[in-house]
Ligand binder design. Structure first.
Ligand code: FDA
Length: 313
């Protein structure tokens, strides 16, 4: 109930305007968001690298309704790529198609996406571009766009959400193509007609999809899996499954969100696993922050404590 309410609030533009100009809300959001500028985000990437953690940078934004704004998002990504190269750090990038005008037209989005992927490919090493997965109205369109650009570029990958019933079939198609996949549970509010209402079923699907994406066939085809979860039980299961099947820790990676389970992130690295942190930055942090609150209701108490502390100053 609370989760649905927070996800619903994440779509309110009026709330977004109110929150993003409120320094107290920012002080809570900054646990998850690296900063409002690319320089601050690069500092975080550098600090993570110092601890053996890899990064993927996300310039925050989604559901833009104005073509100029979509072009500005694209420019911000081109600038992000330039900063990664000139700062001599290593990072992937992650993006949402609705930040590139997916609500306006596929043609607009495809043109901007291709500019970003080409710019990311134009260097050594090429920078990998991950297309995030958004709510279910975009699932098929996002996959179709991915399949189109994947025909021309190898430095691009996609995300699959284990809570969707359709994901077994989508994973089969992706394995057939040898595509790079980030597997997550799914962060949106979806009806039981298309997504498991029970968390334990989505968790079971997560294990099943992980096994398929790590299979001999998938790896032989070129699929490289990012296991994106903070769920310790699933992480332990993945480590065991990989070891039992002779899959080395360099044949897949774990991924977590900036500011979530930092202890576990460092432990995985200390134990010899690959670990990548999703590092979002920019001023449009409101919907992203609300989804983080929805994932863990205790985060609301954390925000409330911050507010009380700030007001008391
Ligand atoms: P689960 O929700 O079961 O949480 C397990 C434990 O992790 C919790 O008990 C808690 O300790 C900790 N935890 C989880 N979320 C937390 C939070 N917000 N704050 C504090 N602690 C938290 N989704 C999507 O729909 N499309 C996408 O493209 C992506 N991309 C993506 C990238 C990466 C790198 C990650 C890690 C996640 C995503 N997600 C996503 C989000 C994902 O779908 C999911 O909502 C969150 O990861 C939470 O689910 P867990 O797998 O962590 O498990």
């Amino acid at each position: 109930m609370m989760r649905e309410a927070l996800i619903w609030m994440s779509r309110s533009q009026a709330m977004g305007r109110m929150m993003t100009t409120n320094p107290i809300a920012w002080s809570a959001a900054s646990r998850f968001v690296a900063g409002e500028t690319i320089e601050e985000a690069i500092d975080v990437v550098r600090r993570l690298a110092g601890m053996g953690l890899m990064s993927t940078l996300d310039y925050l934004g989604e559901n833009v309704t104005d073509e100029d704004e979509a072009v500005r998002s694209c420019d911000a990504y081109l600038n992000t790529i330039d900063h990664i190269r000139s700062s001599d750090v290593e990072s992937w990038i992650s993006l949402k198609l609705t930040a590139l005008g997916f609500d306006i037209s596929d043609e607009l989005t495809e043109g901007l996406l291709r500019r970003i992927i080409e710019h990311a490919a134009d260097g050594d090493p090429a920078i990998f571009v991950r297309i995030d997965m958004e709510g279910s109205p975009y699932t098929q369109r996002t996959l179709d766009m991915f399949y189109k650009v994947f025909e021309d570029y190898s430095n691009v990958g996609i995300v699959i959400q284990s809570y969707l019933y359709r994901s077994d079939d989508d994973v089969e198609t992706l394995v057939g193509k040898g595509a790079g996949v980030r597997l997550c549970k799914g962060a949106y509010s979806e009806p039981p007609s298309i997504a498991y209402p029970d968390k334990k079923d989505a968790d079971e699907a997560y294990r099943r999809l992980t096994a398929r994406l790590l299979s001999d066939e998938a790896r032989a085809n070129g699929t490289y899996l990012g296991v994106a979860t903070h769920d310790e039980a699933i992480i332990e299961w993945t480590k065991g499954h990989a070891a039992d099947n002779g899959i080395g820790p360099d044949e897949y990676e774990f991924q977590m969100l900036n500011g979530v389970r930092r202890d576990l992130q460092r432990k995985l690295v200390a134990d010899g696993y690959r670990m990548r942190v999703y590092v979002p930055y920019g001023t449009h942090w409101y919907p992203y922050f609300m989804r983080r609150l929805a994932e863990r209701p205790e985060n609301i108490m954390f925000m409330a404590r911050n507010m009380v502390r700030e007001i008391g100053k």
